[in-house]
Write a protein that binds this ligand. Sequence first.
Ligand code: AMX
Length: 440
Amino acid sequence: MGVVKDRFKAKADASNVEIKDLIKEHGNKKIGEVTLAQAYQGMRGITGLVTETSLLDAQEGIRFRGYSIPELQEKLPKAPDGGEPLPEGLFFLMLLGELPTEDDVNHITNTWQRRSHVPNYVFATIDALPISAHPMTMFVTAVMALQTESNFAKEYAKGISKKDYWSSIYDDTMDLIARLPRIAAYIYRRKYKNNEHIQPNGLLDWAGNLAHMMGYEDESFKELMRLYMTIHADHEGGNVSAHTTHLVGSALSDPFLSYAAGMNGLAGPLHGLANQEVIKWIFEMQEELGTDDPTKEQIADYVQKTLAAGKVVPGYGHAVLRKTDPRFTAQMEFGKKHMPDDKLVNTVWKIYETVPPILQSLGKVKNPWPNVDAHSGALLVHFGLVEYEFYTVLFAVSRSLGVLASLCWDRALGFPLERPKSVTTESVKLWLEGKGQIWD
Ligand code: AMX
């Protein structure tokens, strides 16, 4: 077994013992009261999942194994001459709960380089889709085509023991993460760059190689990709993409099937597709106003118009967060460092000053502050990546790190099939009339 794999097994064995004791002693304690409103309204605030890789605080934002984004930027190893963390290090941290050394990160980079070969039939599958297909459709289709490579599916068919599931899940995780940059870059070059493809560079890190294969050689863009891949990787377990991956995995669907399912959720406009919606919305605003440098007053009018049309302001609001997303702030800092005078980036900052009081004044929006998607597109446009339909693919590549590290833990801890109880409105009405809980 590999070094990281051995260490993961040791951690998982210890956690299994600890959690068994915890459930034995405290399993009957209530950790939340489920209300009727929660059942009807998206299960907000119900604590009903265990996800080891990260934890979201409504006020403070995300912490990955206890570390905030600024702490990760300081503590995780960086590329030579680079200032942003290598996402390989974040994966190591999420999987093992320990900060990696430079050697640990190099080991992951090399492992992913070694496992990165994408079979030709996957590219042929992408090519079979019309060029007009959305990049996320191409992406999940490619991941599904790659499912034929699943070690777990093959091992399961042979009849392996439950206690060995984690091993081939781990191998699938490493294979899949390793191959995603190649698949993403292929889709980008096929759809937007005349089908002219760029071979991987075996000396580059995971995110740097993605930038290279997409055709972006600027060192600042590679730095942006390292930051982007780090901050989008995980947001605890209840968000649509993480929860879906976990749920589908609980049926013992392999990591390819589970991750593809999760990414279909990421492709929704209330979740990961919001990054394309933000830039689309800003471009439409620029066109309507006839300027690429709108004033705050013009932006405020446009926001009111968006709301009056019954639409949401993309990039603002969150189901859990109640303050400015630290992932927004990290990107703002990147913008101040690398492109302080960029007009589009400055527009994003003006929107930040304009939108929250307007959303607050509606009286119903629980979080008027920007989320991660409010900023990412403007940084990408700065480097020439204007094809905004592609943005969610970048989010998906990054999200693989968190949801697949979590899937390794799900199988290592033997989490069972996920199957919450549902009720009908009819049964709820009978219960409210005092006629008993017919679901008991
Ligand atoms: N613009 C306008 N109205 C908004 C709003 C926004 N940005 N955010 C919330 N609202 C509205 C809701 O639509 C809802 O209206 P309704 O009662 O008429 O249906 C009301 O405010 C209450 O919603 P909430 O409890 O504050 O939010 P939620 O938990 O139901 O939904 C989210 C959260 C993210 C879907 C919502 O804020 C939204 O639609 N934001 C815009 C899309 C977006 O940026 N999504 C990306 C989120 C981050 C991510 O997953 N990548």
